[in-house]
Design a protein around this ligand. Structure first.
Ligand SMILES: Nc1nc2c(c(=O)[nH]1)N[C@H]1C(S)=C(S)[C@@H](COP(=O)(O)O)O[C@H]1N2
Ligand SMILES: [Mo]
Length: 403
């Protein structure tokens, strides 16, 4: 799965020249997550079932972030390095695959109770899709916001195989007055709290892309990523990607549950942007993802050899449209240069980008990366802001010192 094994010879991209930026300017773009030793020194844990080294945000309920090196050089994120996020600590630790049932009910002609054996016999769909937490990169928001202080690693991409939600809804027969589809999983709320349930508008649920997945990168789902089945909502933030899915309920009225009505809402403004301190703005449930690009083989503060070209690469995503281009700048965004892209795995997948930066004299440089999708959406500076730290789409930067 190493796209770079197919790497073609690259020309030097036209970066540099007037690209020298003084340290104080680029330093403003660098935000430290405020942990001892800086971003690179966050604690790493390897003791979680099915997981390798992960950045430990919280042990219970688990919040495990993917280190950038696990995202480097490949578009599909290995299952054992895929990030983990649960809200409630009572999560499934084992599932009896023979007695497990996915129940489908509510506004349907007939209720269904589907075994895993039944599910595996149904027609399959397959899609490459990025799973990204709404709060990915929240730790980079400024002014700072409360919540899990994710760096850029609350994201992963996988090849998913499963059964389309439309197929299951057709088997149950959706009632004419249905408007939405609510899903829930095996994790349990503490007394008095609402179960973690999310819903999609009926047309979205029936678009043929939303699926109940039982396979992730050719293997069964890791327990912590929702074994035995989870919802996949291509192009949408992962709050909708309900794990350990055990119930689907067709609703004849909009979902007014806590996790749709109160949580995971964004300002109803372009880019979900509000002024820090703003209150009482209208909100909508978070929904489609937007373009992003990341550096994966080089981090802020990297040292490179002066007067020698150096190779940089990373990943880009388009959100709900394909990655159209990834551009780099070394003059603070005055000029942009297209980076060559790796193979296309579909519009919901990561796409690899790479570049060779021409030799630079000794000094400190800022490199910016920006993705634009086929619908013309792109990344911005200054960064947008909202009090939940959702939907970051700032142009990402790293500072590099050539010496
Ligand atoms: N059952 C269940 N599904 C869930 C959640 C949860 O708490 N319970 N969290 C959601 C959120 S907010 C995220 S970011 C993703 C994380 O998916 P992952 O752990 O597979 O990376 O799961 C989603 N699905
Ligand atoms: Mo999330």
């Amino acid at each position: 799965m190493d796209d770079l094994s197919r790497r073609r010879a690259l020309g030097l991209i036209g970066l540099g020249g007037a690209g020298l930026v003084s340290a104080p300017v680029w330093a403003q773009g660098m935000i430290d997550l405020g942990l001892p030793g800086g971003n690179a020194a966050r604690s790493v844990a390897s003791g979680f079932p099915g997981k390798g080294d992960m950045i430990l945000q919280r042990a219970r309920a688990p919040l495990l972030e993917t280190p950038m090196d696990a995202l480097d050089g490949q578009v599909f994120t290995p299952n054992e390095r895929f990030f983990v996020r649960w809200h409630y600590s009572d999560i499934p630790t084992s599932v009896d695959v023979r007695s497990f049932r996915l129940n489908i009910g509510g506004a349907v002609r007939r209720r269904l109770s589907v075994s895993l054996a039944d599910l595996l016999k149904m027609p399959r769909v397959e899609i490459a899709a990025i799973n990204q937490c709404s709060g990915n990169s929240r730790g980079l928001f400024f002014p700072r916001v409360p919540g899990a202080q994710w760096g850029n690693g609350a994201i992963g991409n996988a090849q998913w195989v499963g059964v389309s939600l439309r197929h299951l809804l057709d088997l149950a027969g959706v009632a004419p007055n249905a408007v939405a589809v609510r899903v829930g999983g095996l994790d349990k709320p503490p007394p008095g709290a609402a179960p973690f349930e999310k819903s999609l508008a009926l047309d979205h649920a029936r678009d043929g892309e939303v699926m109940v997945a039982f396979q992730m990168n050719g293997a069964q789902l890791p327990m912590l990523n929702g074994f035995p089945i989870r919802l996949i909502v291509p192009g949408w933030y992962s709050t909708y990607w309900v794990k350990a899915l055990d119930r689907i309920e067709v609703l004849d009225a909009p979902d007014t549950g806590y996790w749709m009505d109160k949580a995971y809402r964004i300002p109803d403004t372009p880019g979900a942007n509000v002024m820090p301190g703003a209150k009482d703005f209208p909100t909508v449930p978070i929904n489609r993802m937007i373009p992003r690009a990341f550096f994966t083989n080089i981090a802020n503060g990297a040292k490179v050899v002066a007067r020698s070209p150096f190779y940089i690469r990373g990943l880009a995503m388009g959100g709900t449209s394909a990655v159209a281009r990834v551009d780099l700048s070394m003059d603070g965004g005055r000029s942009w240069h297209a980076a060559p892209l790796g193979p296309d795995h579909g519009k919901y997948s990561f796409r690899l980008w790479e570049a060779t930066v021409p030799a630079q004299p000794p000094g400190t440089y800022r490199i910016d990366v920006r993705c634009t999708n086929a619908a013309g959406q792109t990344q911005v500076r200054p960064a947008t802001w909202n009090p939940s730290g959702f939907m970051r789409n700032a142009i990402e930067s790293i500072g590099v010192t050539a010496a």
